[in-house]
Design a protein around this ligand. Structure first.
Ligand code: SF4
Length: 394
């Protein structure tokens, strides 16, 4: 029987449990790598050499495309990232090309991936790195904006085959199940890091980390893990207890706050539409959007739009019919956007709460980076503006 297969769950942060994991590590590494060689992902483009071959142990890979991919993967799955990464590589083939690019082009290429601060941080990082040698230690990578320890470890092991551990969401889940951790990983993070370091194969860190991520994304999935074909089944405490899907343990979650946002699609007499660029902060910093803001308690949505446009742009509008209403969930809140067509009445638009405002032809909206929710508003507007249709204003 494995030391983990027992009724009482282990404390992952206890020295005893870590000691047992250390004893098991050679066996777990061998089993994981054997599984990975047969079933793992070997064609991830940024893990291939210039000739398209998987890298040999110890072989150096170009850190630039790996860095870009790792930042894209921070909040997004591999299959979604792949086309973005390819377009990015074509547009910005080197760190120098990225450093020389304008922020507008960088954000436009990121459009649809979400969490836009990642794009701005890559851009800032490229300007920081320009002309510098690539770092081969954690401190060098942690000095870049938006790079945490797991991303740095993944870049160092992927690019240079150096023995740095990783601890992304997939790895936390696998380790929580392997040890049947009674506490959420975030509450015992140091213990989880120690586990990842103990298990890491110092002779093949690149392959081991990739294998661990592949195990988490293909077999040890959040729901219905495929324990029947798992190379770690014989040592897995959650499997032995028959409850792997119960791990990682989570803190009781609070319901997400909900807000209604009134949005104005403001048209002038020339048929141009008004957009503004958000300040360079927060989740959607630097993106363009249609102006609007939060509905106050008991406030009719038309009044919200009139008030927000007056407060944030110093303009008066007549609020017309609803164009579209849509909901969008972020990790920390849910929003409902209620969008109305508006007719501009008076006041030169001022960027009182944004970087800049601009009147643009509706057909030119595609040249601006918008968050996903705004992209649906654009589609509704363009459909509404089909030839022969008139936009009824108030
Ligand atoms: S046996 Fe199941 S729960 Fe345990 S590591 Fe493998 S897939 Fe995950």
């Amino acid at each position: 029987m494995s030391p983990y297969q027992r009724p009482a769950p282990a404390r992952v942060d206890s020295a005893k449990a870590l000691g047992r994991l250390g004893e098991l590590a050679p066996e777990l590494r061998a089993a994981l790598l054997a599984w990975w060689h047969a079933h793992g992902r070997h064609q991830i483009p940024w893990k291939l050499t210039a000739t398209g071959e998987p890298a040999s142990p110890g072989e150096r890979l170009d850190p630039y495309p790996i860095w870009v991919a790792e930042v894209m993967l921070q909040q997004t799955q591999l299959q979604v990232v792949l086309p973005y990464w390819r377009r990015w590589r074509a547009a910005f083939p080197s760190v120098e090309a990225l450093a020389a690019a304008g922020e507008h082009d960088v954000l436009l290429l990121w459009q649809g991936l979400g969490y836009y601060s990642r794009a701005r941080r890559l851009h800032q990082g490229a300007r920081q790195l320009r002309g510098q040698p690539w770092s081969r230690d954690l401190e060098g990578w942690l000095a870049l904006p938006g790079i945490g320890r797991s991303t740095a470890g993944s870049i160092l092991s992927s690019a240079f085959d150096l023995p740095f551990a990783i601890l992304d969401g997939n790895v936390k889940r696998v380790l929580a199940r392997l040890t049947r951790s009674p506490r959420p990983p975030a509450r015992v993070l140091a213990g989880f890091w120690q586990m990842s370091e103990l298990l890491l194969d110092p002779r093949r860190p690149r392959e081991f980390n990739q294998a661990l991520m592949d195990l988490g994304s293909s077999l040890c999935t959040p729901r219905n893990p495929s324990c029947g074909t798992c190379p770690w089944q014989g040592s897995c405490a959650a499997y032995a207890a028959g409850d792997p899907a119960s791990y990682p343990v989570k803190d009781a979650s609070k319901p997400l706050p909900f807000q209604v946002i009134g949005v104005g699609v403001v048209l002038n007499a020339a048929g141009q539409v008004l957009i503004d660029q958000r300040l360079n902060e927060g989740l959607l910093g630097g993106m363009w959007e249609f102006p609007g803001g939060k509905q106050e308690p008991e406030e009719p949505i038309e009044a919200t739009i009139r008030r927000e446009l007056s407060e944030e742009l110093a303009i008066e509008v007549a609020v017309g019919e609803e164009l579209i209403s849509l909901e969008h969930a972020y990790s920390h809140k849910r929003l409902r956007f209620v969008v109305h067509l508006c007719r501009w009445l008076s006041g030169e638009p001022q960027p009182l709460a944004s970087q800049q405002v601009r009147w643009v032809d509706p057909q030119e909206l595609g040249a601006y980076p918008f968050p996903a929710a705004n992209a649906k508003i654009i589609a509704a507007l363009l459909e509404r503006l089909q030839p022969g249709e008139s936009v009824p204003a108030a």
